[in-house]
Design a protein around this ligand. Structure first.
Ligand SMILES: O=P(O)(O)O[C@H]1O[C@H](CO)[C@@H](O)[C@H]1O
Ligand SMILES: [Mn+2]
Ligand SMILES: [Mn+2]
Length: 414
């Protein structure tokens, strides 16, 4: 049976890329800075204490990959004496450090064009765009129109939004147009409808995603974002390995945000779950049910959305430790021919300034499919994962990426 499992730890970077200075991210290191904070007792709390403890990710080669990437062991961690996995660090060819670019590239399709961005920190959106949105969606107006952190802006403008019925529109360093609105007073269906209108109006601006950001609560102190977030992504610029497998009769099971990120292209089945434990449970169940030629892909979004963007180091560390503790459940269920890859889509260093992503290498931790334990070295593109998946499933090679799977034995060799 040929099966593969790809777990994307959203935003779990392991050290700045050579082009990080162009993004203002020279020196960013999501794993390294979390480990350093833990080692110095700066990430102690009810949920966790002490040095960063990731024994299972360590066995797969996470700390070895980070050392090859940065030159140093992450502070305070205990690297294993022996590693069971094939490990490497990959840089990004895509022009942006956003979620779709990272995911598409790791599925074999780097984004070589430039996305549109709204770069002005205030009055971020063109007047004509906002006027068209107000007119076509029949809105009393909009609030925000700036760069913002999503939790901060609902605390600041949420009460005015509830009072006036004007949705909150904002953006970030990513190619995004985000709309926050109250789930009950504004209504979820109405928010989705406004997002679809915005998606259409944004076509000339080359914006990657419109994101619905519903929230509940009675006042600024209690406003909370809900799981009904929805992403409206443009389609990948070329068929990803998901699409190729799907078109070739294989199964692609998308868990969490995966289907939205790939604009529902090449997806056989979508499973939604809220929170890392539920996502992990869904992944185990999908693996259990997976037949021949099945790719199961899961995005663990909270690393990014709940901890990275919120610059919550202790929360990020606790979430890593929680996922690590569950890894044995997965490893013991893998068949020898299954290929498991753990990776990320960009960084989001919780010790960094601002609230945006950071341009970083991502870990490539792989086991199964005949891979020997040891270093895969520096990978020139996240697309090496897509290329390896194409080879694993016996598909024609992707245009980008170099497979890290071992060469099949040639005739006459044993
Ligand atoms: O601050 P919040 O609303 O979580 O938004 C973040 O999430 C968006 C999509 O990942 C990013 O562009 C960033 O703006
Ligand atoms: Mn992401
Ligand atoms: Mn993000």
């Amino acid at each position: 049976m040929t099966r593969a499992l790809v777990l994307v730890l959203d935003s779990f970077g392991i050290g700045a890329t050579p082009d990080a200075p162009a993004f203002g991210d020279a020196g960013a290191d999501t794993l390294g800075h979390i480990a350093a904070a833990c080692a110095r007792g700066q990430a102690d709390g009810e949920a966790r204490q002490g040095p960063l403890h990731l024994p299972h990710l360590g066995r797969l080669g996470l700390f070895h990959a980070h050392r090859e990437c940065t030159g140093d062991w992450a502070e305070g961690v205990t690297p294993p004496t022996a590693v069971d996995g094939a490990y490497g660090h990959a840089r990004e060819l895509s022009s942006g450090k956003d979620t779709p670019s990272g995911h598409w590239e790791l599925a074999g399709v780097p984004v070589r064009f430039e996305w549109g961005y709204f770069t002005a920190k205030t009055h971020s959106f063109p007047r004509a765009l906002l006027e068209a949105l107000i007119r076509e969606a029949e809105l009393p107006g909009v609030l925000g129109d700036c760069h913002a952190s999503g939790t901060e802006i609902i605390a600041r403008l949420g009460e005015e939004h509830v009072r006036t019925g004007k949705p909150i529109v904002y953006t970030s360093a990513d190619s995004v147009f985000q709309i926050a609105a109250h789930e009950e007073t504004f209504g979820l269906a109405r928010l989705y409808e406004v997002c679809e209108i915005a998606r259409r109006l944004l076509e000339p601006y080359n914006i990657g995603r419109v994101i619905a950001r519903p929230f509940t609560g009675d006042d600024a102190a209690s406003f909370t974002r809900t799981a009904a977030r929805s992403d409206y992504s443009v389609e990948p610029p070329a068929p990803t390995v998901l699409q190729r497998l799907h078109d070739d009769g294989g199964q692609v099971v998308a868990i969490g945000k995966i289907a939205d990120i790939y604009a529902h292209c090449g997806i056989s089945e979508t499973i939604k779950a809220n929170g890392h434990d539920a996502l992990f449970d869904a992944t185990l169940a999908a693996l259990e049910a997976a037949g021949d030629r099945t790719l199961v892909m899961t995005n663990f979004v909270d690393f990014d959305m709940v901890y990275g963007h919120r610059r919550d180091v202790a929360g990020y560390a606790a979430a890593l430790e929680a996922l690590d503790a569950r890894l044995p459940e997965l490893l013991e269920r893998l068949a020898p021919d299954d290929l498991l890859v753990l990776t990320a889509d960009h960084g989001c260093d919780p010790t960094w300034t601002g609230s945006d992503h950071t341009r970083e290498h991502v870990p490539v931790l792989a086991v199964g499919a005949g891979l020997a334990a040891g270093s895969l070295g520096a990978r020139e593109s996240f697309a090496d994962i897509g290329q390896s998946l194409a080879e694993h499933f016996g598909l024609p090679p992707m245009d980008d990426g170099e497979s890290f799977l071992p060469d099949p034995p040639r005739q006459g060799e044993h």
